[in-house]
Design a binder for this molecule. Structure first.
Ligand SMILES: NC(=O)C1=CN([C@@H]2O[C@H](COP(=O)(O)OP(=O)(O)OC[C@H]3O[C@@H](n4cnc5c(N)ncnc54)[C@H](O)[C@@H]3O)[C@@H](O)[C@H]2O)[C@@H](O)CC1
Ligand SMILES: Nc1ncnc2c1ncn2[C@@H]1O[C@H](COP(=O)(O)OP(=O)(O)O)[C@@H](O)[C@H]1O
Ligand SMILES: [K+]
Length: 505
């Protein structure tokens, strides 16, 4: 699914109106019908609806919603903010229609605003501003927002919480943004919905398909996508009747150090549960028995060192290599890592301590072969690129790093972002907060290594790996619950995740 900018969303409305023989006011009526339906599904008529409408088409939506729900016998109260004396045409039409419906509980605010009391059973419908917001809210609008936010009422925002920008909120004023419990987003999600720091203003969000032109959406240029199950299903390579293990690659996992053998174990299990033909784990001697007894499917190659990775492995005969889970950062490991990476000629995944080592030796970053996959969580990324003040800035800098190194970056978290060297970002919809547990990332490294070894492209391995890893997390969460689930449960749920994905239509 594409994520378009607010400017493009407005262009999409205009294109639909021009090319699909629908009048702007009728498109708004369609949106309002869906908005009213979604609101009535959540809130029954015992709730008073207090509608705050702004001067543009977001306000127009809100007024139409007010009329529809008033006619369904909801108790409704409307405040229209007409501060400058300029209202959009559709806003004006909907004021008229509201009045014609016999609605009387209408207040037009032009300067002084005497706010209504808002109780905990009231529902505020926020239609102050939508995709037309040009700058942070200030003055009277900021005061209204702060009043609503301070009240105990439930808040439903139309399209986007008023005051929130669709993309970059670096220079926004946070206290002047509506805090919604529910955001009913028209047609497409906004990029800013996917950023952690906006979760408390966006609340839960739901998309409403108002029938914006497919043609426009398909031809619109964007660098942001949300991955869909059907796309991932289509990537999975079918297995032929006469398939043999030599066709599914041989991967090398370089992982584990003294006290962190578990990371190697988790990554190995996940790798084997994702379809690889053969797996060899290169690990210090201290982890030899642990791996042999717990993942008998894997071959173990002992490092020269007892306790840490100390000597680069020979890469002949492997299709892909992953380095990092539980690696440690011993001086001897640093040298071995640089040797390994500098001479790497097969697809490479760098995770965890491998990334931490590079963050201490940033000059060496350019030794990472083009197209390698880096899988940092936020902290690991910021150790490399420096601290960021918000998610938009972090994403922008991650894109710069991906372009500079010509690498893929898998920025992990909720909505994990797969960033390609040419700056396209795919956000992953699967996964849950139960995955915020030790070793989840090691499991992901194993899955990606498995896919690369099987001949999936770098981009496919990242996107499919992240998707199925999140799906396994969701299955583990269903079985064990968000608190009790462990990363071992995620690895164990991988077979069910693969099966479920393959059965997706
Ligand atoms: N037919 C249509 O065009 C449709 C429009 N839709 C709705 O229309 C919305 C977009 O409508 P608009 O483009 O009219 O934009 P908005 O309703 O978001 O706001 C535009 C108005 O706000 C003013 N404004 C912008 N920033 C401000 C600020 N910081 N302080 C004070 N005033 C400010 C602008 O000067 C303009 O008058 C969408 O979010 C969606 O809710 C939907 O109903 C779909 C159909
Ligand atoms: N709230 C969340 N929602 C979805 N996925 C999450 C969430 N928290 C963590 N994850 C996923 O869990 C994994 C955690 O990886 P990482 O932080 O590297 O863990 P570790 O270092 O313990 O192995 C990532 O794939 C991340 O996307
Ligand atoms: K709004």
């Amino acid at each position: 699914m594409k994520i378009l900018s607010c400017t493009q969303q407005k262009e999409a409305d205009a294109y639909t109106i021009a090319h699909e023989s629908i009048l702007s006011i009728n498109l708004m009526e369609k949106a309002a019908g869906l908005l009213a339906q979604a609101i009535s599904e959540r809130y029954d008529k015992s709730h008073r609806l207090v509608v705050f409408a702004g001067p543009g088409n977001n306000g127009g939506d809100a007024l139409a919603v007010a009329r529809i729900l008033f006619l369904k016998n909801y108790p409704v109260e409307v405040y229209l903010f007409n501060v400058k004396g300029t209202l959009s045409e559709e806003c004006l039409t909907n004021i008229q229609r509201l009045k014609e419906s016999g609605f009387a509980n209408y207040t037009e605010v032009s300067n002084q605003f005497d706010p209504p009391h808002l109780g905990s059973h009231d529902v505020v419908i926020d239609g102050l501003f939508g995709s037309g917001l040009q700058k942070p809210l200030s003055g009277g609008f900021a005061a209204v927002v702060q009043y609503i936010n301070a009240s105990p009422a439930q808040v439903v925002s139309i399209d986007i919480p008023s005051g929130l920008m669709g993309e970059d909120n670096t220079h926004n004023i946070r206290q002047n943004i509506i805090k919604a419990d529910l955001t009913l987003s028209i047609q497409m999600p906004k990029l800013s919905f996917l950023f952690a720091e906006n979760a408390d203003v966006v609340g839960e969000w739901q998309l409403l398909d108002i029938g914006i032109s497919r043609e426009f959406i398909e031809s619109a240029k964007t660098n942001y996508y949300i991955t869909e199950a059907s796309e991932m299903r289509a990537l999975i390579k079918p297995r032929k009747k006469f398939a043999h293990k030599g066709m599914f690659g041989h991967g090398l996992l370089i992982a584990g150090s003294y006290g962190m053998g578990g990371a190697a174990l988790l990554a190995s299990r996940a790798c084997l549960r994702s379809g690889i033909g053969l797996l060899t784990v290169h690990t210090p001697v201290c982890n030899h028995d642990l791996l042999q007894s717990n993942v008998p499917e894997a071959m173990v190659q002992d490092d020269v060192h007892d306790r840490c990775f100390a000597e680069a492995a020979d890469l002949d005969n492997f299709q892909a290599v992953a380095i990092g889970p539980g690696l440690g950062q011993e001086e001897i490991t640093v040298q071995a890592l640089f040797d390994q990476v500098s001479n790497c000629y097969i697809p490479l995944v760098l995770d965890a301590d491998a990334l931490n080592i590079f963050s201490s030796y940033r000059n060496y970053l350019t030794r990472i072969p083009r197209h390698s996959i880096l899988t940092p969580h936020i902290k690991e990324l910021e150790r490399i690129i420096g601290r960021c003040s918000n998610s938009y800035e972090r994403l922008s800098k991650a894109k710069e790093l991906a372009a500079h190194l010509q690498c893929y970056i898998v920025l992990k978290g909720a909505w994990t972002a797969v960033i390609t060297p040419d700056g396209v970002t795919y956000f992953n919809p699967t996964g849950n907060p139960g995955m915020a547990t030790a070793g989840s990332g090691d499991v992901l490294t194993g899955v990606i290594l498995s896919l690369l070894s099987q001949g999936y492209t770098h981009e496919e391995a990242c996107r499919l790996g992240v998707y199925v890893h999140g799906l396994a997390g969701d299955i583990a969460c269903q079985q064990k619950g968000v608190i009790g689930m462990t990363s071992g449960d995620i690895a164990d749920a991988l077979p069910a995740a693969w099966k479920q994905l393959m059965e997706t239509k």
